[in-house]
Design a protein around this ligand. Sequence first.
Ligand code: URP
Ligand code: ZN
Ligand code: ZN
Length: 475
Amino acid sequence: MTDFDVVIRGGHVVIESDLIEHDVGIKDGVVAELCDSIDGGKRILDASGKLVLPGGIDGHCHIAQLSSFGVETADDFTSGSISAACGGTTTIIPFAPQRKGEGLREAVEAYRQKAEGKSVIDYGFNLIVSDPTPTVLEDELPGLVTEGHTAVKIFMTYDAVRLDDRQVLSVLEKARDLGVITMVHAENHDLIMWSIERLLKSEDTAPRFHASAHPPESEREAVYRIIALAEAVGAEILVVHLSTKEAIEEVRRAQVRGVPVLAETCPQYLVLSDADMDRPGFEGAKFVFSPPARSLATQEFIWEGITEGVIQAYHSDHAGYRFNDPEGKKVHGDTAPFNRIPNGVPGLETRLPILFSEGFRKGRIDLRCFVELTATNPARIFGLYPRKGTIMVGSDADIVIWDPEKHVTLSIDALHDNMDYTPYEGMEVEGWPVTTLSRGRLVWHEGAVLGEPGAGRLLSRGKPQTAELRRKTND
Ligand code: URP
Ligand code: ZN
Ligand code: ZN
């Protein structure tokens, strides 16, 4: 008889699409047995009345990253990974950012050093390509892909990182040849710049004008264009942070045509709105991110994009800049015009509870959809399935026990990131992760952080396995 290291007893376990009352036996960091009843075990975790779900995978988050605004995001790999784990996430895949003029391997190596010995959960790197020289594409990227960094990210806006269409095509073509996915931040740069110029001339500088500078048309045009470029090349893309009805329409149309385009959204587009940027004084700066939150009515279109299967992934886009910090939101002072406020909101820890509560508990999505969006689909997209993103014999024991009835009022005081605010302060959620295991090790349990910095490993990932997701989209 196997002597399990951990047995999770009596919980309702999500196994692929089914919810089954099962015990889970864990040995040497992996799921070793799943059955009605398991005896023994060095440590027993009682999950009766609870849900046992695969740990979340956050495939889009900015940790220890120098932003295009010249300031570093607030979390390092220790605070970021702890915060993620306390919110039910067991894998983070932040970005190794290439600066223009810098080599890609150099960028990855610098980022590897920043991460080393710090994370409490497993992590990977997605590669921001901002300078796709022949050396980068021909000499560096193939080797990095072989080493397991199997997604690149490109930007269509932000001066420091954006690519022109010709450069976009060269990255897409190489990504296609290497069999990796390209994540795309899609907004029309010139429309944004033109809008900013006009707004500043009229002295419309308050944080709320950030929304006016990034109109829905800017997202629709860029989403349409990146789809056309990807289609021309035959490359697979993941359009990140969809925020508008218009962008969803473009993605849906392309998916129906059979173009390999996947889409992501984030919590901020489901529960925040443009009204938040209009809070008094400089408070609105806390809600400045790109693309911006839209109208309350738009939130319903995003939910529809999820339930219709146009959107396959739900990541945080965590990009935390502290509010009362000269290296944060106020880097250009507390009366800075909207275009000089670093873009981004935190969300590593609140990502899953918000979807669980607003989606599952409120009946908008079922538990299967919750697990797909937060774990299984990201695992497929980022080449981690079935090692991660699912609970099956042989998978890493990256498991979260949820109390589906726990009521929590979100507050910065209870979160574990390095921030001084949360955009969700005061929001009530129902359902919370009470235990998080990373490869069978307790990292968060009954209100205590038990994870050890350095225990998380840098993942070497496989190629995306997205055929299954595209088939579902086309059904
Ligand atoms: O406002 C945002 N989203 N900041 C993070 C960088 C990006 O655009 O993804
Ligand atoms: Zn972005
Ligand atoms: Zn981002």
